[in-house]
Design a protein around this ligand. Sequence first.
Ligand code: CDV
Length: 310
Amino acid sequence: MGRHLVIAAAQMGPIARTESRAAVVRRMIDLMRQAKALGAEVVAYPEATLTAFFPHWFTEDEDEVDAWFERDMPGPQTQPLFDEARRLGVGFHLGYCELDMSSGRKRRFNTSILVDASGRIIGKYRKIHLPGHSDHRPETPFQNLEKRYFEVGDLGFGAWQAWGGVAGMIICNDRRWPESYRVLGLQGADMIFCGYNTPVHHPAAPDHDRLGQFHNELSMQSGAYQNSAWVIGIAKAGMEEGVDMIAGSCIITPTGEIAARCSSAEDEVIVSRCDLDLGRSYRETTFNFARHRRTEHYQMIVERTGPTPP
Ligand code: CDV
């Protein structure tokens, strides 16, 4: 008997700047019910699901920034999502913005969690690759101020026993870096969840725009294949406060093929019955890390970013 798990990707359409958390959570619960009706055991939501993607706007007002963040998880506004998941008996993956005071100072992270069917948080990840800039660039049509509003994640790329396999998380820009997947692959990850908020337009390099969806799939498909893992990519999609965001949420097999893909730029659920053993033959042959990786040969150059000087 193979290990099978029905996973849903719950893509979210645009979220208005003025939309309340309660309204967003209602949309999420609706998607969760659709996913359950399709047989899902796990439902995956995007990066920073609960609000509009505020790093597109500059502000110096600390209170305004804090208002985009969750102090508690679950908190009063997200508790209904946890309650519904428990009622339906499904687990979920949630990306949100975390305000952490546990060290005695305010820290803000771009975070995701895994929640089991009893409503217990079983894993937490804080985004490591923060794109964009921290300075104000009012001349651009929109900004990406993740470097201003978030600290670099301090939890590493963790993997957890979950849903009959091993689950890991990465967030958005992490998916473009092969090492994100590899650190999880080395821990035996069977499934890697990746929420994203990716604009169609790239103000710093507009010539990349036409390749946005191609690079999205290229990154996640190669990460899946090279690490023998399912990758679940979940978008915040559509025209959000004047920023057009790519959609294309998809569930990718350990062979690197796309098993299911969203066809809209709105709230939409896709599901796939994932054979968690599908990557086994790759792990035992082409990507048998123990037999074929030659880390001792990488080590001498790993910190160097340029060629050997003449
Ligand atoms: N939220 C993101 O990390 N977005 C980046 C954009 C800004 C390029 C991404 O890599 O998709």
